[in-house]
Ligand binder design. Structure first.
Ligand code: NAD
Length: 701
């Protein structure tokens, strides 16, 4: 076989003729994103291959992956070089078979390129998907038109509207790829290309295929079941896939491009892109040098097998870590283990876990009543009662048994981690690891740094968080850290709104319609109203002494603890947990308002949204002022991943910029004047930024 020298066409593309095959390799680390250099290079390489009169072309990528998506840093900048649809047409219209050989991730524009090729082969490890919807976009280069032609309407819709990738096996089964090949690219791809040509394979443009017909009501039913959100993409995806069944590829792609551009310039997509970048930015800690090496963590211990301890143990066990779970009594341990097993069984039922994975995960958890059993742990996470004396006793015990350099973490929600660290004599090893409930599901982890936590301990917890699938945000110590401190301000407004004229259902429905996953009162019922009740008593606040807490205090004292007792702000059906309004709660609110001389009035939906969102924004700005969060976008990550804040609104601090900081300050000042409530005093940072026409996002780094 004759070999031509490899030619570098652009910084990212090489072309080489090997015998009768034109080899095009893409090399744009780390993810071979489709940059202008990639697009330009592909066009030049195809031109060269045509001139070389090759009998087939193989496109593959260097490094760890095939093209894993667009270069999102190019968004919002003027387009240079050919567009991706132009590149894709050039591939599909190429006169001899083009074969895409995939490995790693073939995502977004990467899969669109692969689908324009006439044949696709993939290494076993390949994941294939169109995740654009997660950034509020529709695939913009033929994805919505080619995928249904290749794998059918229903499967294509499931993939595009979920954004989830499928495995090479699944792709082979549904016809998205033609062959699974060995990982040794390009040789395995070349072998497949040769086999095709030897067997007389011809060009096979995907656009010439017909998308399988579906039931006449299929699209209508799907449209009717769409949930209203702030992003355009879900409805457009349906429209475009339907179009693929009705028109030719040119018309389909023309409309698709229009929809793509419309989505790309929409507010919802901009917010989703912000949070996507924010989630990456929060892993970088400005004050910790990249050279700081995290401590190795191989063995984990969790103290307390209650709601949180059980969930935390599951996180580590599912990720393959051996976990020792410590309790004070056998019955507590049994109860905790039963709950863990029930949770895992639930995951198996929902198809998220195989029976095998369940058995493996459970076998990773070793229950124990002996602290001596955790002597070799590299990381201990304490999740006992939220009480300083209990925590101090546990940490005093931990320093007796744990090896030097073992990281000692607490899952406290509010308590001062500095005070806990002080009892250990090794405060550099102590840190907060604040998981959210249910810990095995919720993505967020607040990594709470004390004044003395060693940088490598912070890094260790940030790194381990990623390994267990969490989004970690480093925060400083204050009452409630970032998330709960802001939630307190938000929940307080909800209580004031009740006393001033709202019903629980009004507050919850309005803010849920605005986009929050749940309203604040429904959240209270879910978590248990008794938790904050106990916390107020621990802080020495007498029951009923503060107007805005009089209602939850009374409800708890009536035994209405929330969902767990069948009633709280609402009543709950025992079987279905369906929520019902309760007139007696409305009467209670009225009587508390009378007692505190509050005249109830009609409150508009806008006022509810303003007060709840401004409470979050102002508290968030105080948190930034105090250096508790490193950047505004970190706060957005906390709210989107831990508190059900709508991702498509980008988080509370992003929202503040969108409203305009001068307007935010004006609104806060009006509320301050109207209510006399000092909580509305605008944070200094907001004043400062508004006065100089700056945005909070200018502080993101
Ligand atoms: P829980 O009451 O469900 O569980 C606490 C467990 O700790 C109990 O099983 C108890 O037997 C055990 N325990 C108590 N003292 C112990 C000791 N000395 N050694 C070993 N085990 C001991 O409480 P939870 O809701 O799981 O909360 C645990 C911690 O997590 C608290 O600090 C809480 O503030 C925090 N937290 C709770 C939530 C939540 O929503 N429940 C969310 C985030 C953080």
């Amino acid at each position: 076989m004759s070999t031509n020298a490899t030619n570098t066409l652009t910084a990212a593309i090489c072309y080489e003729r090997r015998g009768k095959i034109g080899l095009i390799s893409i090399n744009n680390p780390p993810i071979n994103a489709i940059s202008a250099a990639v697009r330009e290079g592909l066009i030049s390489a195809l031109t060269r291959a045509k001139a070389d009169k090759v009998s087939s072309v193989l496109i593959y990528c260097m490094g760890k992956t095939f093209i894993a998506g667009a270069d999102i840093t190019e968004f919002g900048k003027p387009q240079t070089g050919p567009t991706l649809p132009e590149v894709i047409s050039a591939i599909e219209e190429f006169p001899v078979p083009v074969i895409a050989a995939l490995h790693g991730n073939a995502l977004g524009g990467g899969l669109e390129i692969a689908m324009a090729a006439h044949y696709r082969c993939a290494a076993q490890n390949t994941k294939l998907g169109l995740p654009e919807v997660t950034l509020g976009l529709v695939p913009g280069s033929g994805g919505t038109q080619r995928l249904p032609r290749l794998i059918g309407v229903e499967k294509a819709l499931a993939m595009i509207s979920s954004g989830k990738a499928i495995s090479a096996d699944e792709a082979l089964q549904c016809g998205l790829i033609d062959q699974i090949i060995a990982a040794s690219l390009p040789e395995s791809g070349i072998a497949y290309a040769k086999e095709l040509i030897d067997n007389g394979a011809k060009v096979r443009p995907t656009s010439a295929l017909i998308a399988s017909p579906v039931d006449e009501h299929f699209f209508e039913n799907k449209k009717n079941s769409l949930k209203p959100t702030g992003i355009l993409a879900p409805a457009y995806i349906l429209e475009l896939i339907e179009l693929a069944t009705k028109t030719d590829i040119h018309e389909g792609q023309r409309v698709e491009r229009e929809r793509f551009l419309e989505c790309r310039s929409s507010a919802g997509s901009a917010a989703l892109r912000h949070i996507f970048l924010a989630e990456r930015a929060c892993t970088k800690l400005p004050d910790i040098a990249p050279s700081v090496t995290p401590r190795p963590i191989n063995k984990v211990a969790v103290i307390g097998a209650g709601t949180m301890g059980g969930g935390i143990a599951m996180c580590f066990a599912s990720a393959g870590f051996p976990v020792t779970l410590i309790e004070t009594a056998q019955e507590n341990l049994n109860r905790g283990l039963d709950q863990i097993e029930a949770n895992y069984n639930q995951s198996v039922k929902r198809g998220r876990l195989s029976q095998d994975q369940l058995a493996k995960a459970i076998s990773n958890i070793k229950p124990s009543l002996q602290y001596a059993d955790i002597a070799d742990a590299d990381l201990v996470i304490e999740a006992t009662f939220e009480n300083m004396d209990v925590k101090k006793a546990v940490f005093s015990k931990l320093v007796e048994v744990c090896k030097p350099n073992c990281i000692l973490a607490t899952n406290t929600s509010y308590l001062d981690v500095n005070t806990i660290a002080d009892v250990t004599g090794r405060p550099q090893d102590v840190i907060g690891a604040h998981f959210f409930s249910p810990a095995n599901i919720m993505k967020l982890l607040e990594v709470v740094r004390t004044q003395k936590t060693a940088p490598e301990v912070v890094m260790s917890v940030m790194v381990i968080a990623k390994r267990i699938g969490k989004v970690a945000v480093a925060v400083g110590v204050c009452h409630g850290f970032v998330g709960n401190r802001m939630f307190k301000a938000y929940a307080r407004q909800a209580q004031l709104l009740l006393l001033e004229g709202c019903t629980p259902a009004q507050v919850d429905t309005v803010i849920q319609t605005w986009g929050m996953a749940m309203g604040p009162l429904a959240v209270g019922d879910l978590a248990g109203i008794d938790i904050s009740y106990r916390s107020r008593r621990d802080q020495g606040i007498c029951s009923g002494s503060i107007a805005e807490f009089a209602l939850p205090d009374l409800l708890v004292e009536m035994g209405r603890l929330g969902q767990k007792s069948g009633s709280g702000y609402y009543n709950y059906e025992p079987e279905t947990r369906a929520r019902k309004n309760d007139q007696s709660v409305h009467d209670l609110i009225q009587s508390i308002a009378n007692q505190w001389c509050i005249t109830r009035r009609e409150i508009s939906n806008d006022e509810i949204i303003d007060r709840l969102s401004l409470a979050l924004i102002n508290e968030g700005a105080h948190i930034l002022d105090e250096g508790i969060a490193a950047r505004p976008s970190d706060i957005d990550v906390v709210y989107v991943n831990g508190y059900g804040f709508p991702r498509w609104r980008g988080g509370p601090m992003y929202l503040a910029d969108k409203i305009g900081l001068d307007k935010v300050v004006r609104k806060l000042e009006i509320l301050r004047e109207q209510t006399g409530d000092t909580c509305w005093e605008p944070a200094k940072l907001l004043h400062k930024l508004a006065a100089t026409s700056q945005t909070l996002s200018s502080l993101n780094n």
